[in-house]
Design a binder for this molecule. Structure first.
Ligand SMILES: Nc1ccn([C@@H]2O[C@H](COP(=O)(O)O)[C@@H](O)[C@H]2O)c(=O)n1
Ligand SMILES: C[C@@]1(CO)OP(=O)(O)OP(=O)(O)OC[C@H]1O
Length: 157
């Protein structure tokens, strides 16, 4: 019998001059500010990892990667995602499709849509058509941080 679970995750990071802006594992060129964070600050991969975990009630990434642990300073968020995916797979589930939303006023991200979707698909072992990527501005209501929201459908193997 087919069995499905829905997961949802979100994340936000303050934007600071002198930090890189990384979204979905892709470095955003010409970003005037990047994410202040303990790790590499990839809000999109953090929201995605939390979405995977939430679908099976496995907690959130802060439990597995506490921001008080110096070992995780500058951590590549792809490793966080990989760990979340392993936990999901260990329970017999895989992602079927994901929907990703990034809210950021500047810079425009449209030209990076394919690259971000392709990298997320690669990290999740999904076909590119299973990864939807949307960008939104906050209409200048929240210009000092980057936000990400993700839903995922998990399918039992
Ligand atoms: N950082 C961003 C934010 C938005 N876009 C694209 O702009 C269009 C309008 O966005 P609104 O939030 O004003 O509705 C939409 O097509 C977004 O994809 C972007 O490229 N980069
Ligand atoms: C990833 C971790 C750990 O390095 O830190 P941050 O990069 O600050 O990210 P956040 O999304 O605030 O929380 C998860 C943390 O535990």
């Amino acid at each position: 019998m087919l069995s499905y679970r829905i997961g949802y995750g979100e994340d936000a990071h303050r934007l600071e001059i002198g930090r890189p802006l990384i979204l979905g594992g892709i470095n955003v060129p010409q970003a005037p500010r990047g994410a202040a964070a303990h790790s590499d600050g990839d809000a999109l991969l953090h929201a995605l990892a939390d979405a995977l975990l939430s679908g099976l009630a496995l907690g959130d990434i802060g439990q597995y990667f506490p921001d008080t642990d110096p070992a995780f300073q500058g951590l590549d968020s792809a490793l966080i995602l990989q760990r979340a995916l392993e936990l999901v797979r260990a329970r017999g589930y895989v992602p079927a499709n994901v929907a990703l939303v990034v809210t950021l006023d500047r810079p425009k991200l449209g030209e990076l849509r394919g690259e971000i979707a392709g990298n997320v698909a690669r990290l999740l072992h999904l076909a590119p058509g299973e990864v939807g990527v949307s960008f939104k501005t906050s209409e200048d209501l929240a210009s000092d941080h980057v936000q990400a929201r993700v839903t995922v459908l998990l399918q039992r193997l």
